[in-house]
Design a protein around this ligand. Structure first.
Ligand code: GUN
Length: 283
């Protein structure tokens, strides 16, 4: 291994501490804490773990956590009605509906119901549109966390070649938009891309978000590349990323581990977005 490890866990802890320092001033000015509502439908075990840690870290940052756990067979209309109540609740600054939702629920119908001003996940089409047009809005937490790690490591990203692997609304597409806004030359590749190694060979930055364990091979990388692994794949060997860590670490300049890389950044950025929402909603 020659690559330097990018310690997302430590960076996220620092970010959470900086946010927690800013909360008392908001409380003093607004007469209340910033509030984050998290909605979990069903019993998906991984989602339950995320929601628990979101609640804990929200409270640790001095914010109010409103947790709504609904049964898996909750009708879509009931979920939409809850979103409407949270939209109207002045104690709630941010609303997060944990994905994936049960199959009988139309995800887009729920996500588009969240007020764009409380959409701390940045999944509403209005916020997605703001991101690509360069307007202020909420940016999805995971790609924004990846960008923070990249800028911390590389400084100015202008002119660098970046390859984003995966085209999801949650990571790939917003990541490509963020890197474009930072003046990278961005290539978005995906499961139908032919000859993926061809694109990776020139990439100064690689962000892997495909959801396939050990997918990206070290010999596909440009020597010295900065590699951000968004994958969280549960295998018999435990949690593994989308990047074949051992081979990649011998070629890359720096790389995020899984776990302890991108994962902890998501909640830290969620808290940041919630504080930003609180200031906007109170102001
Ligand atoms: N499921 C996996 N990642 C996320 C996320 O960032 N936000 C929400 N709401 N659900 C998720």
């Amino acid at each position: 291994m020659s690559a330097e490890l990018i310690d997302g866990k430590a960076f996220a802890a620092g970010l959470r501490a900086r946010i927690a320092e800013q909360v008392p001033a908001f409380r003093a000015a607004a007469g209340r804490a910033p509030g984050l509502a998290v909605v979990l439908v069903g019993e998906d075990p991984a989602s339950a773990v995320y929601v628990r840690s979101k609640g804990r870290m929200t409270r640790e940052a001095g914010m109010e956590s409103f947790e709504h756990k609904l049964p898996a067979d909750t009708p879509q209309d009931d979920l939409v009605a809850l979103v409407d109540r949270l939209n109207a609740d002045p104690a709630v600054d941010g609303i997060l509906v944990q994905l994936p939702l049960p199959r009988h629920i139309d995800e887009q119908a729920v996500l588009t119901r969240i007020s764009p001003d409380k959409d701390v996940d940045g999944f509403h089409p209005v916020n997605a549109g703001r991101l690509v047009t360069g307007l202020e809005g909420f940016v999805p937490c995971t790609p924004l966390g990846c960008l923070m790690l990249l800028e911390d490591r590389l400084g100015d990203l202008s002119g660098l070649d970046a390859v984003v692997i995966g085209r999801s609304n949650i990571v790939g597409k917003p990541m490509a938009a963020l890197l474009t806004a930072k003046s990278c030359t961005v290539t978005l590749v995906h499961s139908r891309t032919r000859n993926l190694p061809h694109y990776l060979a020139h990439a100064d930055i690689v962000v892997a978000a495909v959801g396939r364990p050990h997918f990206v091979q070290g010999d596909w990388l440009k020597p010295g590349a900065t590699v951000i692994d968004v994958g969280i794949n549960r295998t018999d060997a435990g949690l593994v990323g989308d990047v074949d860590f051992d081979s990649a670490a011998s070629v890359a300049g720096s790389i995020t581990p899984v776990p302890g890389g991108v994962g902890p950044m998501t909640i830290a950025v969620l808290l940041r977005n919630t504080l930003v929402a609180a200031h906007r909603n109170a102001g």
